[in-house]
Design a protein around this ligand. Structure first.
Ligand SMILES: [Ca+2]
Ligand SMILES: [Ca+2]
Ligand SMILES: [Ca+2]
Ligand SMILES: [Ca+2]
Length: 169
């Protein structure tokens, strides 16, 4: 066959395979150039855990989607609440976007409670007992101050659900 015709026959062979190869390389070499709809791990903060809400993600879900936290630690409250330590607003008692004067008031109301003084119970829980050890003491003040001042303009608090922080008897 003349070289010209050979060339014509080769073109339809090369084009689809070239596309395949190109896509393959693009996926391997530039995984973050993939659109969200075909990315198997949409991971904005690049910590190996995927943003919630992307159904095609095959990587585990990130408990702080905009804060890199490869350890995914969630130690407050002790039983965890699905929001990682790296971004949780533990002192946002009313679950709005801030830790402000309302939260200070709630904290001060319960500060000083312990097993001898108005014990923390399931019926009357203690706001600010971050460790769930049955008191609101100096340790909890330090933890409270870590988040005080966060607002919708300054490191906003993640969405949370108001409810019992600790499991009391
Ligand atoms: Ca992530
Ligand atoms: Ca993260
Ligand atoms: Ca948490
Ligand atoms: Ca608040």
């Amino acid at each position: 066959m003349a070289p010209f015709f050979k060339g014509l026959l080769l073109i339809p062979w090369i084009i689809p395979r070239g596309e395949l190869l190109f896509n393959f390389q693009l996926k391997i070499v530039y995984p973050h150039y993939l659109g969200d709809v075909c990315d198997e791990c949409t991971d904005t903060d690049k910590d190996g855990y995927g943003n919630p809400g992307f159904l095609l993600n095959t990587c585990p879900e990130d408990n702080c989607p905009t804060t890199p936290n490869p350890d995914q630690l969630d130690t407050y409250p002790p039983q965890g609440n699905g929001i990682g330590d790296a971004c949780d607003c533990e002192a946002n008692f009313d679950c709005d976007a801030d830790v402000d004067a309302n939260d200070v008031t709630a904290f001060l109301t319960d500060f000083g409670r312990n097993q001898y003084n108005r014990p923390c119970t399931a019926q009357n829980p203690c706001y600010g007992d971050f460790l769930c050890d049955g008191d609101v003491d100096a340790y909890d003040v330090i933890k409270f101050l870590e988040d005080f001042g966060r607002s919708q303009f300054n490191n906003p608090c993640p969405v949370c659900e108001a409810g019992n922080w600790c499991v009391y008897q």
